[in-house]
Design a binder for this molecule. Structure first.
Ligand code: S3P
Length: 159
């Protein structure tokens, strides 16, 4: 049997890590976070990777790790994972189940507004909303399952 891999995608602040950990527990699968894997590889945290090595380097490592992902489990991705076409093609493969978490913009914004994420730090609310709108079709393109709620029990019911 093909190993089971469930990728959680969506904008920053949608709850990929929070819900992913709980979903993994429920499904008795391991949980992974792609950002942690990138931090391990770069031996720097995400903010320092952006500051010291730049976004291009971050995207390169993100893509290398995603495209070589072998472990079964629930995998939370970073919000920008869908930017590269090759990443989207990988996610769309039949071997993977991709769950797009997409609560309303207001919910998302309230969660990220005061965060120290590098993509948030130098952007206004309008600029973040523009980024959100630009990315929505990319998440949609990759999604097998779309979940607009925030309640774990509702998410679990989809599995
Ligand atoms: C990013 C989202 C972050 C992280 C990096 C870039 C993005 O992950 O990968 O800061 O471009 O949206 P989260 O979505 O978990 O915050």
């Amino acid at each position: 049997m093909e190993p089971k891999k469930i990728f959680l995608i969506g904008f920053m602040g949608v709850g990929k890590t929070f819900l992913g950990e709980k979903l993994a527990l429920h499904l008795e699968l391991d949980f992974y976070d792609l950002d942690y894997a990138i931090e391990n590889e770069a031996a720097l945290d995400v903010n320092n990777i952006f500051q010291k090595k730049g976004e291009k380097y971050f995207r390169q490592v993100e893509s290398d790790i995603l495209l070589n992902w072998m472990k079964r489990g629930v995998i939370a991705t970073g919000g920008g994972v869908v930017l590269k076409e090759k990443n989207r093609d990988f996610l769309k493969s039949d071997e993977h189940k991709v769950v797009w978490l997409c609560p309303k913009w207001d919910v998302i914004y309230s969660r990220i507004a005061n965060s120290y994420r590098p993509m948030v730090l130098d952007r206004t609310k309008d600029e973040l909303f523009k980024l959100f709108c630009e990315r929505e079709p990319l998440y949609e393109e990759c999604a097998d399952v779309t979940f607009a709620g925030t309640d774990l029990n509702e998410l679990i019911r989809l599995f």
